[in-house]
Design a protein around this ligand. Structure first.
Ligand code: NI
Length: 172
């Protein structure tokens, strides 16, 4: 089922998601819905907060990337256990912040530990777009948006643009 994606301004995006304790059928339904919602919105990642569920669950699919062979995954209770000192700048957007894009600097390679939907431990060594998508979604689970990771100056400009486009949309 495609769920509604909340947009910036909703406090759920600023709230830390809670650890998942039971790896039950309900969790697998949530993950199915998250994949469906992400594909419907043509995104490459989605965190549970974005559909108003405060659980540490994320999905990503970056399989278009040639260097990400295993780019489709659902991770439960993910945490970054290692990050490269080498960083990379790339333009990011977010399904919860439609219309805004900005360059964000992040570590190039990361290692993530998490559980799969059955509660089995998984470890992911990610680089390039997968590393970026995972960091973006893990931020969501902490209540952090990509706009928090750009300079205050750029953030002010982006917020101005955001308010303008939201106001225009509201008029229609
Ligand atoms: Ni996002």
């Amino acid at each position: 089922m495609v769920r509604t994606i909340v947009i910036m301004g909703d406090p759920v995006l600023r709230t830390r998601a809670e650890q998942v304790g039971s790896f039950d059928e309900g969790l697998r339904c949530l993950v199915d819905d998250m994949f469906e919602t992400m594909y419907h919105a043509e995104g490459i990642g989605l965190a549970a907060n974005q559909i108003s569920v405060l659980k540490q669950v994320l999905v990503v699919d970056v399989r278009d990337e040639k260097d990400a062979a295993a780019g489709r995954m659902a991770l439960i209770n993910p945490r970054i256990v290692k990050a490269s000192s080498e960083v990379h700048k790339e333009t990011e957007g977010c399904l919860s912040v439609p219309g805004l894009e900005e360059v964000v600097q992040r570590p190039l390679d990361i290692k993530v530990e998490a559980s799969d939907v059955y509660g089995a431990p998984v470890s992911v060594n990610a680089g390039a777009l997968l590393a970026r998508a995972l960091q973006h979604e893990i931020d969501h689970l902490e209540g952090i948006l990509f706009l928090d990771r750009v300079s205050p100056f750029k953030r002010r400009l982006l917020m101005k643009k955001w308010k303008k486009t939201r106001a225009e949309r509201a008029e229609k």
